[in-house]
Design a protein around this ligand. Sequence first.
Ligand code: FAD
Length: 481
Amino acid sequence: RGKADPHLVVIGGGITGLTTAFYAIRQAKAEGLGLKVTLIEGSERLGGKIRTMRRDGFVIERGPDSFLARKRPIIDLSRELGLAEELVTLNPATKKTYILRGGKLHRIPPGLVLGVPTEWKPFVTSGLIGLSGKLRAALDWVLPAARGDADESLGGFLRRRLGDQVVDFVAEPLLSGIYAGDADKLSLLATFPQFRAAERKYRSLMIGLGRGAGATRSGAAGEDHIPPHARGSAFLSYRRGLSALVERLSETLQAEGAVLLTGEPVRAVTPERGGGAVVTLANGDALLADAVAVTTPVSALGELLQGVPEASLFRDMAYASVANVVLGYRRDAIRVPLDGAGFVIPRTEGRFITACTWTSEKWLHTAPRENVLIRCYVGRIDDERWRTMDDAALGAAVKREVAELIGIDVEPEFLDITRLEKSMPQYEVGHLDKVRALRDALMKKAPGVFAAGAGFEGVGLPDCIHQGKQAAEQAVAFTRR
Ligand code: FAD
């Protein structure tokens, strides 16, 4: 390698990989160091799960559709990329969200924080939960806090504090949707560690969250970090959709001299004795890297990193497969009011769709005003019926439920299906121990190789960005050791 600039290879061109490359270049520049960056993406397209389709005035998200405004890393990145002006807020007129219970839509009671009631009055008067469920939830005020630091399931924790009804009919459908998972299997510490912290500090979860104990590792309280025009909205997106972020990152990386390879899957990362690694592509080419950031889905790690047995800890990690079905209508054909953001469906309802967003009402930038856009979510970790269906059958099943649940029975002008096989990693109990074991093993057996992304410490876009930034800092520090 002689005196040439050190070489960082980033594997994976989703949001984590793009962010890693971006911050590595920035950091090296700030320190006056030379750094050559190559980003290698296996598919033909950058962005990974992020995929916006723009057509006929519609902005249609086929993957993620927005992000939590209170989480700082994505707001900072938006600013650094000159995208802050493009941030758009939720339509303030559609504050209501519903939960299906007994075939009917019930308004989610105000005062819910992360699916947990924190205001007594709206909760008591809600028709979502029976009297016995409300009385059981009230026990949260007096039940002692559990001891010990061991992980437990998210569902187990919430059932212990709030009882089964609140979990099954309110918290689970709201929280598990993020993972398309089963709350009784998901790890509390890897998904909502703030619940444990609230119990520790306040004993009662309802009181703790009511007092603001909901902030997370990459979350910030308050709104000071958000540009003024984008304040007052729990979620944000961009006027041209989330792909605007991917496009701006890739333009910036190219302008900074990074090499972006697409359609080139990596086959192996072979650690070098003195640090760094040889990165071998499926086409047989090999690149010598002083540092490597692996940001692929974690199930691929075992294959890629054969010299590190701990990489196989994630080989059997469960991933939920989901489908998105987007339906576009002419507004004058819709005879029912869509007075909110949409609804979620508890698994106990036994429905085919898991949630439905009234996208054009929730996000004004997504459709021309003379149209209505609806997005239905299908599939969860224990319901893969849709995978055996062709597009016609899948579309028909969704249209049937849209007619039954919200009364829209006209044919849509268009229907778009996105199949996202094995797209949502399931952080099961003990997940963070595996992450630590892998990171320790990489340090010892593959110095200079770093791993980050949705399979590790947070699936949300801000969490992926946070991880990408950390990987960049570690990689740059390693190259100048
Ligand atoms: P990915 O986007 O999966 O990128 C990994 C990349 O690695 C891919 O491009 C892949 O092709 C590439 N790759 C794989 N193997 C190789 C190889 N061998 N060589 C080279 N490249 C390889 N988050 C939110 O914050 N808000 C939301 O509204 C939201 N909604 C979601 C809805 C759905 C349906 C899904 C699936 C996720 C959603 N998420 C949401 C989560 C979020 O989108 C993802 O966690 C995030 O985009 C993952 O980014 P990543 O870069 O870590 O991984």
